[in-house]
Design a protein around this ligand. Structure first.
Ligand SMILES: [Zn+2]
Length: 97
């Protein structure tokens, strides 16, 4: 993955092309984890997982223990919008401009 500095926070970011043809900024480290679509049982901590898969699709689920029944292992990237220290600049309102 080729990277360039984020124009807002200067961290290295890469780009993944979505099925719609848009390039979405991601942190360049590939993340591997286990996820499940099932909301964990009451009393368990819930960790939401949102990853940009290598083919550009967005995966949303819940963090699962390695090898848990019904869970699957995925690999993807964390959207840079989620970690950019200056993400507000990506979310400027466009209404009224
Ligand atoms: Zn940034």
């Amino acid at each position: 993955m080729t990277t360039r500095p984020c124009s807002a926070c200067l961290q290295a970011i890469g780009f993944v092309r979505t099925p719609a043809g848009r390039a979405t900024p991601v942190n360049p480290e590939l993340v591997r984890c286990w996820v499940t679509d099932e909301l964990p049982a009451l009393g368990q901590e819930v960790f939401r997982v949102t990853l940009v898969l290598t083919d550009g699709r967005i995966l949303r689920g819940y963090r699962a223990l390695d090898g848990a029944p019904g869970a699957r292992q995925v690999a993807g990237y964390v959207s840079h919008f989620a970690t950019c220290t200056d993400a507000a600049q990506f979310r400027r309102p466009t209404v009224g401009v």
